[in-house]
Design a protein around this ligand. Structure first.
Ligand SMILES: Nc1ncnc2c1ncn2[C@@H]1O[C@H](COP(=O)(O)OP(=O)(O)OP(=O)(O)O)[C@@H](O)[C@H]1O
Ligand SMILES: [Mg+2]
Length: 349
């Protein structure tokens, strides 16, 4: 199987992608027009489509597949996003600024999985908005169809293992990974994390300082993505050096808000501190009369609204996690997020 397919007629972009591929030890094939792109499309483990050809490629509608990313040299023109969605791109990456993202994608080709899992960060717009709960719900729902891990990035949180009822499960935690230097194996991490079936958790150890070096956290996220279909991150409201390292690596950051005056004004400040608002969306929890008014007040589009979930505390206290059935508001909302991201279809609806 050809490792990476580079689709561009732009010599500068092509040279840069080849340079990154060589540095990552990845082999690649080049296509300089849409017809050549189609020939290599299905056989490549990773497809990098130059912004120069993405519109032409969208016109011939290649079959949907995972592992497609659009790369642009310099700032990304607005008109790239529509064809990027049309060809099923998982991200649009700007070079040379985000060359490290492309390097990660290319490096991952040498791992056991050709395609990285999706990373979704969740952050509360205000205290108690429901971020930890929603991050856990995403991981739970994703684990029904694939593998997922809930990554606890909030040092003040309740402990992601507790939220999922996995606190008794053995496995590695942040403090075990704190001295990681160099590359962490995706398979080893997956096998070492506390888990129940296909649902894993990476969180703090009881009684240990809740600290991890940012570089170790970055390596853990990279390995978690190579080893799982979905990584849900419970991000702290107040950014710290670890969240600043991990949040920009998320495919999507969800800000959970409640439609109250104080909730919305706090959320506005949280949103102002986000690294990349273009990749962030709101999830409104609880009663919401007018989602458009919420979007205007906070300054971000609303992805979805969800009613409060009944029996939540009881479910968590029983060790069942926030999502008990397939029909509650949390399960539906998490399923919708995953569906929109093109994750494996979450069987929530
Ligand atoms: N989907 C939901 N439906 C009903 N109640 C919820 C929901 N999500 C959260 N809650 C309520 O809000 C409380 C706080 O939830 P959670 O810990 O998920 O919020 P958070 O945004 O992570 O808070 P923190 O600011 O402490 O990090 C829960 O204990 C529960 O009472
Ligand atoms: Mg929380």
């Amino acid at each position: 199987m050809t490792r990476a397919l580079l689709i561009t007629a732009d010599p500068g972009l092509h040279d840069e992608l080849q340079r990154l591929a060589a540095a990552a030890g990845a082999t690649c094939e080049s296509a300089r027009d849409p017809a050549a792109a189609l020939r290599g499309w299905a056989g490549a483990a990773l497809v990098l489509v130059g912004a120069d050809l993405v519109t032409d490629l969208a016109v011939i509608a290649p079959a949907r597949r995972r592992g497609v990313h659009v790369v642009a040299w310099g700032s990304v023109p607005d008109q790239v996003f529509r064809p990027a969605v049309a060809v099923g791109a998982e991200s649009v990456v700007e070079l040379p600024r985000h060359g490290d993202r492309v390097t990660e994608l290319l490096t991952d080709l040498g791992e056991e999985r050709a395609v990285r899992g999706l990373a979704v960060g969740v952050i509360g717009g205000c205290g108690g908005a429901g971020a930890t709960t929603f991050a856990a719900a995403l991981a739970q729902v994703a684990s029904r169809q694939g593998t997922s891990v809930l990554v606890d990035v909030d040092p003040l949180g309740p402990g992601a293992d507790r939220t999922l009822g996995l606190e008794e499960r053995p496995g590695v935690r942040w403090n075990d990974l704190a001295h990681t230097t160099g590359r962490l194996s995706a398979r080893e991490l997956r096998q070492a994390l506390p888990r129940a079936g296909t649902l894993a958790v990476l969180t703090w150890s009881p009684g240990e300082p809740r600290q991890v070096p940012p570089a170790a956290a970055r390596e853990a996220l990279s390995a978690a993505r190579r080893g799982h279909d979905l990584v849900a991150l419970d991000l702290p409201r107040r950014p710290d050096e670890v969240s600043e390292e991990l949040a920009p690596r998320c495919d999507l950051v969800l800000v959970v808000v409640t439609d109250t005056l104080t909730g919305l004004s706090a959320a506005r400040r949280v949103v102002a501190g986000l690294p990349d608002p273009a990749r962030a969306r709101l999830v409104v929890r609880g009663p919401c009369a007018d989602p458009d008014a919420v979007a205007r007040a906070v300054g971000l589009p609303v992805l979805l609204t969800m009613a409060d979930q009944r029996g939540l505390s009881e479910s968590i206290e029983l060790g069942l996690g926030p999502v008990r059935g397939r029909r509650g508001p949390l399960a539906r909302a998490a399923g919708e997020v995953l569906g929109r991201l093109g994750a494996r279809p979450a069987a929530a609806a």
